[in-house]
Ligand binder design. Structure first.
Ligand code: FES
Length: 622
């Protein structure tokens, strides 16, 4: 049953993915962890998604209009116009990557880095050796040298921890010319010699289901390594509610949850440093973004108030804590910034996403939707922000779905019905289950061909619409409970199917987000047609096909495709920015305080909107 797949290798990341024939290069890049910049939403008009394709086919009109004849001859094409039809190698320039260094940190016109403003900095110091006539204490000697060179003019005395002073004793006697590592009014370290000490930052997105981390060079903002893994807390609960219950009701539950995530962070930091070949103690700062519950658990803060009306977080402003407290075995004086939160269920990951996308500064009405274990929605309009969260449930992560699985090898991640059923399986092997994008695709395609009604009811095999393709009709079976299931594959040992209950889970998850969008629009006095862009965040978001997401109502069905833009892991992008820049941290604080938190459950219209949103809008056409 499997459809032909091709291997696409992306450079410079070196990542390779197997994708179904006809998959767009944008989607293949997302599959490989590279989210492309798509301001026009894939309409072929902005020219931002440029890539160089090895042995490219003849250009289409949009590409002829975008590139010079020389560039076309070199293989430059628009990723949104290219479909995979063979094994290929694709070079993605940094300027085409969403959230890449050039978008976040540099001026588009000059290419100059203008927002690299780390909380730590190095200053050159030249000192006289102490003598019997000059018995100035070490710390004062460094302070005087810094003042003399103008490298530091702080009020009061330069501070230092006892541990720093202890390290400085031998370092200083190794040479009285060197580099001082400073944060605010404190000395963190001193290194003798001519050469500036390498200095790095770590950024983490602490998701309910997955953890992602990046290592950044503080000298130029470049990303040196990136890693991700499952959040080990999933063993203690699928979603934030069950994690809070575990923390509150189980003896040592909070400790257990905290230790699970900090142990993973410890390993990820070691892996990042190892991959980049750098010494862990050259990491001098870090930033963490996560939803409100995850940030509380990471910091070992009792999350109980988040489970009780009125769901108040313990902290709102960002925290600055010793990096070691969060599991980072890096420089002993390094501190970690934990993002501010907007409310009990609109957390630092959303603030980081708003920071990365500059949502508050956007001129037109823009929706930011983070589809994950929870669904967060923010509407920006006229300089104001409305933020809400929905209990989208973990259906999009494959949980609570009978054959659900995460988007790993063997997961059906793409479904096309074009006279017959075609499946895209991660890794190209036999189907092992359905991941979130596969579930959305399957229901979207069943809706499109009339096999699924707007009410989400799977028809009995004997009551199928007459016009269904044979390859689709034969897959409707009566299940053991007297209901209907749709069988995607069954090789005798493993059966992958969709049940009525699975469809209901999807209706709940998509309906909650759609109803949340309706409430925010109403509060802002807007119609959906006035929304200029919908930014879909979250690693999972990159793999959702717009048509099918609109058919099931997850994304507004009324909007044209070019207004829907996938932006990948915006939380990690924001965390990276905050790791590199104190100014970005200050901006995050403003965003968090400025946003109006809308509690959907207390909105009198929400129940009605939710009930209406449970109905699949359908759609026709491609
Ligand atoms: Fe491809 Fe705009 S031209 S996304």
């Amino acid at each position: 049953m499997g459809e032909q797949t091709f291997e696409v290798k992306f450079e410079p990341s070196g990542r390779t993915v197997d994708v179904l024939a006809c998959t767009s290069l944008v989607e293949a890049a997302g599959r490989a962890g590279t989210v492309l910049d798509m301001p026009c939403g894939g309409a072929g008009t902005c020219g931002k998604c440029r890539v160089r394709v090895d042995g490219a086919d003849a250009p289409v009109d949009a590409e002829v209009n975008t590139f010079s004849p020389e560039e076309l001859a070199q293989g430059w094409r628009l990723a949104c116009r290219q479909r995979v039809a063979r094994n290929m190698t694709v070079v993605v320039p940094e300027s085409s990557v969403f959230g890449g260094r050039h978008q976040i940190l540099t001026d588009h016109d000059t290419g100059a880095v203008h927002d690299l403003e780390p909380e730590v900095r190095q200053a050159r110091v030249r000192m006289r050796r102490p003598t019997l006539d000059d018995g100035m204490p070490d710390l004062v000697r460094i302070e005087e040298a810094l003042r003399a060179s103008g490298a530091w003019n702080g009020e009061g005395a330069l501070g230092a921890s006892p541990a720093t002073l202890h390290r400085t004793v031998s370092a200083l006697r190794g040479g009285y010319e060197g580099w001082a590592l400073l944060r605010d009014g404190a000395l963190l370290d001193y290194h003798p010699g001519e050469t500036r000490t390498p200095s790095f930052a770590l950024a983490f997105d602490i998701g309910t289901t997955t953890l992602a981390g990046a290592l950044l060079d503080l000298s130029d903002g470049t990303e040196k390594a990136v890693v991700s893994r499952m959040n080990p807390q999933t063993a203690l609960g699928d979603d934030v509610i069950s994690r809070i219950s575990h923390a509150v009701q189980t003896q040592d539950g909070l400790c257990e949850l905290r230790n699970a995530v900090t142990a993973a962070v410890t390993e990820m930091a070691a892996e990042l440093c190892g991959n980049a070949g750098i010494a862990p103690d050259s990491v001098h700062t870090a930033a963490f973004s996560g939803n409100t519950t995850m940030e509380h658990l990471l910091c070992g803060i009792d999350p109980a108030p988040l489970s009780m009306v009125p769901f108040v977080p313990v902290f709102g402003r960002g925290l600055s804590v010793p990096a070691a407290d969060l599991g980072l075995a890096v420089h002993p004086e390094a501190r970690a910034y934990v993002f501010p939160v907007i409310g009990g269920f609109v957390g630092g990951d959303t603030v980081a996403g708003l920071l990365a996308t500059a949502l508050p500064e956007r001129a037109g009405a823009t929706l930011f939707v983070d589809v994950g274990t929870n669904g967060e929605i923010v509407l920006s309009h006229g300089g104001r922000l409305w933020a809400a969260s929905t209990a989208a449930g973990p259906a999009f992560e494959g949980a609570r779905i009978s054959c659900g699985m995460r988007a790993t090898e063997g997961a059906v991640e793409k479904v096309v019905i074009d006279g017959r059923l075609r499946l895209g399986v991660i890794g190209g092997g036999a189907p092992a289950g359905l991941c979130g994008s596969g579930l959305i695709d399957l229901c979207g395609q069943l809706l499109k061909c009339g096999a699924l009604g707007g009410d989400g009811r799977l028809p009995a095999p004997e009551a199928l619409p007459a016009a269904l393709p044979e390859d689709v009709a034969v897959r409707f079976r009566n299940d053991a409970d007297g209901g209907t299931e749709f069988v995607l594959s069954d090789d005798g040992s493993r059966r992958v199917s969709l049940t009525q209950r699975d469809v209901r889970e999807l209706q709940l998850a998509a309906g909650a987000i759609r109803a949340g969008i309706s409430i925010l629009l109403r509060q802002a006095g807007l119609e959906i047609g006035q929304v200029e862009h919908v930014l879909v965040a979250g690693g999972f978001g990159s793999f959702i096909r717009r048509d099918n997401a609109q058919r099931i109502g997850l994304l507004p069905p009324e909007l044209p495709h070019d207004r829907i833009v996938y932006i990948g892991n915006a939380s990690l992008a924001g965390a990276k920015w905050a790791a590199l820049s104190s100014r970005a941290r200050a901006r995050a604080e403003v965003i968090a305080r400025h946003a109006r938190h809308v509690e959907l459950s207390s909105d009198p219209e929400f129940a009605m909107e939710f009930a209406m949103a449970m109905y699949f809008p359908g759609l026709t056409g491609a």
